[in-house]
Write a protein that binds this ligand. Structure first.
Ligand SMILES: [Zn+2]
Length: 385
């Protein structure tokens, strides 16, 4: 145990901040680790009852911290905490990408500072961190709203409207999604769309009447190449045909085929540009019809001036705590995209450090919890935001 101001080497010298950080790191309260285990052991894939149970459990914690908590239709949590105005918003989600039953092969596990399990990093440890930050912020805290979406992993289709209502009129929003790999904060995220292309041709016997058929699968092959040609790494536009299907049998010329396409864009301008590019795609075989379905699930989060201010404050609090925080952009979306779209400055990536989101090696670094909770607490107390 090193007292504050004394470095690991035992000498009270210049890098006192490092000692302060190391002291914080050794202070992961067992209560918080227990809460984390409890949350991970409630399996909460989107639309499963577990997502609501996680919201209810966190609601108890927030009530204990003075919050007025309601669980909304769809299982979303909204809490309002009195404090010094104007209000700030903290945003997170209770759902995970892991189906019920995952715990059987991927149980909650602790190994030193590392905790593993489904959803531990994205984002149950981040929710524990959030609770701890609100507690640490104490009486000097700003007025606060907390919104936890129950269907974020599906693009927040039912969470979006109540989230926008929660964001209405707040001075800033903090999203407790996991940070970048080296702990960096996020001020911009790509916008996301999920589109479906349905191709209709004409069926025929593959042996006797091949010429009368119009193959939707042959057309699909052309369209996949045309779609992938729209991918533009430099501009930050990514297009991926991720799922294809079509046809009914080897001996039938395929009457129908489908492609499911993931589209991501950096700039708001690109939203319309890509829509037009998709609509302009012509069938190579004129007897075929193309039909588009699906749409945008999240608008791009572009770095705003407000976000630049937030990140500057966070970096300066970080330095006090021995954290050298940089800023980065993410190719993935979050509820931060939705909040940014209603004109609120957003700082994202304030959650716990770890790795393996959506992957079997998902884990969190518990030693990052106290110091990053303290970082968020200082932001929640900041009278200038
Ligand atoms: Zn997440």
């Amino acid at each position: 145990m090193w007292p504050a101001g004394v470095c690991r080497c035992g000498e009270p010298h210049h890098h006192g901040w490092r000692a302060a950080r190391d002291t914080l790191r050794r202070m992961v309260e067992p209560r918080l680790v227990e809460l984390l285990q409890e949350l991970v052991e409630i399996e909460s894939p989107t639309y499963a009852p577990g997502a609501r149970a996680v919201a209810a459990r966190l609601g108890e914690e927030l009530e204990r911290l003075g919050g007025d908590v309601s669980i909304l239709d769809g299982g979303h949590l909204f809490a309002s905490h009195p404090g010094r105005g104007p209000a700030l918003l903290v945003s997170g989600h209770t759902d995970t990408v892991w189906p019920v039953g995952t715990l059987e092969t991927m149980p909650f596990a602790l190994d030193g500072d590392r905790a593993a399990g489904p959803g531990v990093y994205d984002m149950k440890a981040c929710l524990v961190l959030m609770v701890d930050a609100i507690r640490r912020a104490g009486a000097e805290r700003r007025e606060l709203r907390v919104f936890l979406t129950a269907d974020e992993e599906m693009g927040s289709p039912t969470g979006r409207t109540p989230l926008e209502a929660a964001a209405d009129g707040v001075a800033a929003a903090f999203v407790v999604e996991p940070p970048g790999a080296s702990g960096n904060l996020k001020t911009s995220r790509k916008g996301l769309g999920r589109f479906t292309l349905t191709i209709r041709g004409r069926p025929a016997h593959a042996g006797t009447h091949r010429d009368e058929g119009v193959s939707a699968i042959e057309e699909l092959a052309h369209q996949i190449l045309a779609l992938h040609a729209l991918h533009d790494e430099e501009r930050g536009t990514s297009i991926n045909v991720g799922v294809v299907s079509g046809g009914t049998s080897e001996n039938v010329v395929a009457a129908e085929a489908q492609a499911r396409v993931d589209v991501r864009v950096v700039r708001t301008d690109d939203v319309e540009r890509i829509e037009q590019a998709l609509a302009r795609l012509e069938p190579v075989d004129p007897r075929v019809t193309l039909e588009w379905g699906g749409g945008w699930t999240r608008p791009p989060l572009e770095r705003s001036d407000g976000a630049a201010t937030l990140v500057a404050r966070a970096r300066s609090y970080g330095r006090e705590l021995g954290l050298e925080l940089a800023e980065e952009s993410s190719g993935g979306g979050s509820d931060g995209n939705l909040i940014g779209a209603v004109g609120v400055p957003v700082l994202d990536g304030l959650g716990a450090r770890g790795g393996g989101a959506h992957a079997p090696d998902e884990h969190v670094d518990l030693s990052s919890l106290p110091v990053r909770a303290e970082l968020l607490a200082r932001l929640l107390r900041d009278p200038g935001l």
